[in-house]
Design a protein around this ligand. Structure first.
Ligand code: MTE
Ligand code: HPA
Ligand code: MOS
Length: 762
């Protein structure tokens, strides 16, 4: 009997799960090394700001195994890797702008030899004052780009109409990506100056482009290949480039393979993180608790080079009012130059930093009025037809639906009563509750980036190879690509292989980012597969002597007018091949409808928005300052999820990562710009003991949106935003113990130390 074919499995397991569990999945450091491979170690700036007075490599060069030491002087092309602003040299020349800034690369026979030689480089510097605070940088006029403002209505006219006005400050610290696989690349010369470059990057084209620029050769001489990433979280959207370019440079100049893998502490020291922000706000409410006006100034700590910070700053402005409708808004963002490593993309891309500020403003207003925060939140949720400050109109708006469904399903009022009861009966333990609604725009805010391609081959035996621009980084995009091809062609998923992401197969790609990878690449796969399907139907019609319109291919069998024939997928492919029909197709997709005009800061930048609402319940140990999350309950708008297992994994991971950012992950730089929390002994991330005891995710029953692949809404970044609720749940618990406590500055993370001080603050 024929095996039943299932072309579409809505909860297909991640196709990598077997090889992950068996340790067989290949990452850059697992690629078998070629004979003669050299290993790189990076010498970097010991100071945060200043000049190199002298540098002496002579002793390092005599160390065992050392073959080359490369500096900016060895660069054949341009010493420049800045993506948005050309302000970032690959290797420092004279000026030093952050501790950990690369100055030189040692190439040795073994990694240990390269690292040992680092200690023999002698450097003398002239140190200048380091600036690490964005507001101080702003006061000195140190900005990467001119500040930008989004406006809706006219705030200045409405303050006098407001019954309640509250001002305050809200700061969020940075966050280390802590991808399991550190930054790394492996490059080797092929022939005729062509370089093969395996890189752990979210942006293969960015790597290819910068490598070509630095090496002074055309892009077609560099082939970038990405199998998968051991996590990226935005940290490899732009910042994988430097290391890949260094490896390529080493390979070109030494004519040998070069491998460069950062050690964890070097990665933590040298690479940028989530941008810390400091912000001021002013919020005005009417008597009936409608938010009439909101103003904020966001001071983004961008670090020493622009990197992606200008785009991140833009998304902060886009998400300044979260999922609330506010008729009068004026929000301004400043991208401030400081002497820490250039900060970069991190899940949410500036959105979470902006959303924390409006949540703090609402919290402070509620405190001032002596009411629950959620009363104001609920009273101001976005509705269909409301205008965002950037001009887009809310469509398919699920702010109320997710809020109401959460409230009803989980009996939030009952939870509150239970909490009140618990608090009345416990002296040293207090519980807190917070509701966190979210709204996140899907698309790269930079319209020209919203496109992708796919290359699909059907082989003679009926098996299929799919290449796209999508980079698998644990988010499950390759599994979703299998589902798209399998469903569109109506073949068994086992027939489909997802190839590595390679610039020679799919060129000019946008990075896998902005939660848009599955939408953009999935639509491209769908377009390519539909074109192939059309061609195959013609072959079937010719063979069965009927019209193309009568043909259907369903579960690997050809049907004529809905009647099953004997013609199978494999036979059909054979016939197509013999008839000399092309079994390869290239699909191109560019998101329709979106546009944005920066001159007026208005447009329709997002394909659609994702909505959801979460409830956080926390129990605080008021003697120790420790806390445990009892539960996180979420109602989330996935549209029509195409893979519930993967989407649920994204929810759980994102929520926990968001909680980490809001509670325990603490990046500490001293006033000389040195990162003190530079290892896992000093930088705490959530572990199995600190995750919520319960994460309950409800899939809101909606249709989804045609702009999403198979109406399955993007899911990568939005869950992280829920984490903000963790801060406000803790704050609620603290205030239930110490009613006098009011944060002078709403400042995340709310670490146990800070909680302890808050509990006993007079
Ligand atoms: N999930 C895992 N496991 N690993 C990651 O690196 N990156 C996040 C999110 N989820 C990430 C992840 C970020 S920052 C983004 S933008 C999206 O996945 C990218 O993938 P997508 O566009 O396919 O959602
Ligand atoms: N999100 C993520 N990455 C990006 C974006 C964005 O909106 N724009 C440019 N890179
Ligand atoms: Mo994600 S921060 O857009 O890589």
């Amino acid at each position: 009997m024929k095996n039943p074919v299932k072309s579409y499995i809505p909860s297909m397991k991640n196709i990598d799960s077997h090889s992950h569990v068996r340790g067989e999945s290949v990452y850059v450091d697992d690629i078998p090394e070629l004979r003669g491979t050299l290993h790189a170690a990076i010498f970097c700036s010991p100071i945060a700001h200043g000049k190199i007075k002298s540098i002496d490599y002579s002793e390092a060069l005599t160390m065992p195994g050392v073959q080359h030491i490369l500096t900016h002087q060895d660069i054949p092309g341009e010493n420049q890797i800045g993506g948005i602003v050309p302000d970032e040299p690959l290797f420092a020349e004279k000026e030093l702008h952050f501790q950990g800034q690369p100055i030189a690369m040692i190439l040795a026979d073994t990694e240990l030899q390269a690292r040992e030689a680092l200690h023999k480089i002698k450097i003398e510097c002239k140190e200048k004052e380091a600036i690490v605070d964005p507001i101080e940088a702003h006061a000195k006029g140190l900005l990467h780009i001119p500040s930008r403002t989004f406006n809706l209505g006219e705030t200045s006219n409405v303050w006098q109409k407001c019954e309640h006005i509250v001002t305050g400050e809200a700061d969020t610290d940075g966050q280390e990506h802590l991808y399991l696989e550190t930054q790394g690349a492996y490059a080797y010369p092929v022939e005729n100056g062509h370089i093969y470059l395996a890189s752990s990057t979210q942006g293969p084209t960015a790597v290819q482009k910068m490598a070509a620029k630095v090496l002074g050769i055309p892009m077609h001489k560099i082939e970038v290949d990405v199998r998968r990433l051991g996590g990226g979280f935005g940290g490899k959207e732009d910042q994988a480039t430097a290391w890949a370019v260094m490896a390529a440079l080493g390979a070109k100049l030494s004519k040998r393979p070069v491998k460069l893998i950062l050690h964890r502490m070097d990665d933590m020291k040298m690479t940028g993180k989530r941008n810390p922000y400091r912000s001021t706000f002013k919020i005005g409410l009417s008597k009936d608790l409608k938010i009439l006006a909101f103003e904020a100034d966001y001071y983004q700590n961008a670090g020493a080079a622009a990197d992606l910070s200008p785009a991140i700053m833009e998304r902060t402005l886009f998400h300044g009012n979260n999922s609330y409708f506010i008729p009068n808004v004026k929000v301004t963002a400043h991208s401030c130059i400081t002497n820490i490593p250039p900060n970069t993309a991190f899940r949410g891309f500036g959105g979470p930093q902006g959303m924390f500020v409006i949540e703090a403003a609402i919290a402070k207003a509620a405190r001032t009025l002596g009411i629950k925060k959620r009363v104001i939140q609920k009273n101001n949720l976005l509705q269909e037809g409301h205008e965002f400050p950037y001009g887009q109109i809310a469509e398919d708006c699920q702010a109320h639906a997710t809020w109401n469904s959460l409230e009803e399903k989980h009996h939030i009022e009952k939870i509150q009563l239970d909490i009140d009861d618990f608090n009345a009966n416990n002296k040293h333990f207090k519980k807190g509750l917070a509701i966190m609604p979210i709204c996140f725009g899907i698309s790269f805010t930079n319209t020209p980036m919203n496109h992708a391609r796919a290359l699909v081959h059907i082989y003679q035996d009926g098996s299929i190879g799919v290449s796209t621009a999508a980079v698998e980084m644990g988010q499950g995009v390759n599994t979703k690509m299998v589902q798209v091809a399998a469903k569109t062609l109506s073949v068994n998923a086992h027939r489909i292989k997802i190839e590595s992401t390679n610039t020679t197969r799919v060129a000019n790609t946008s990075p896998s980012a902005a939660s848009s990878t599955a939408d953009l690449n999935g639509k491209a796969v769908q377009i390519a597969c539909n074109a192939l399907l059309q061609r195959l139907k013609k072959v079937a019609a010719d063979n069965l002597d009927t019209k193309v319109e009568s043909i259907k291919i369903h579960e690997e069998t050809v049907f004529v007018n809905d009647i099953e024939t004997k013609l199978t997928w494999e036979e059909l492919i054979q016939k197509a091949f013999l008839a000399r029909v092309c079994l390869t197709e290239n699909g191109h997709y560019a998101t329709p409808k979106i546009h944005f005009d920066k001159a007026i800061e208005k447009g329709h930048p997002f394909a659609y928005h994702v909505y959801g609402t979460a409830a956080f319940e926390v129990t605080l140990d008021c003697i120790r300052g420790r806390y445990d999350f009892d539960s996180v309950k979420v109602v989330h708008d996935f549209g029509t999820s195409m893979n519930r297992i993967i989407d649920l994994g994204q929810m759980e991971g994102g929520i926990v990562q968001g909680i980490g950012w809001m509670t325990m992950e603490e990046l500490i730089y001293n006033d000389k710009g040195r990162l003190l929390s530079n290892a896992l002994s000093t930088y705490k991330i959530p572990d199995i003991y600190s995750v919520p005891k319960e994460i309950d995710v409800t899939f809101l029953n909606t249709d989804g949106n045609d702009m999403a692949i198979f109406k399955s809404k993007a899911v990568g970044e939005p869950p992280l935003l829920y984490g903000i609720g963790a801060y406000f749940a803790i704050l609620d618990a603290v205030q239930n113990f110490n009613p006098n406590f009011e944060p002078k500055i709403y400042h995340a993370p709310f670490t146990p130390e800070k909680v302890l001080m808050a509990l006993y603050k007079a």
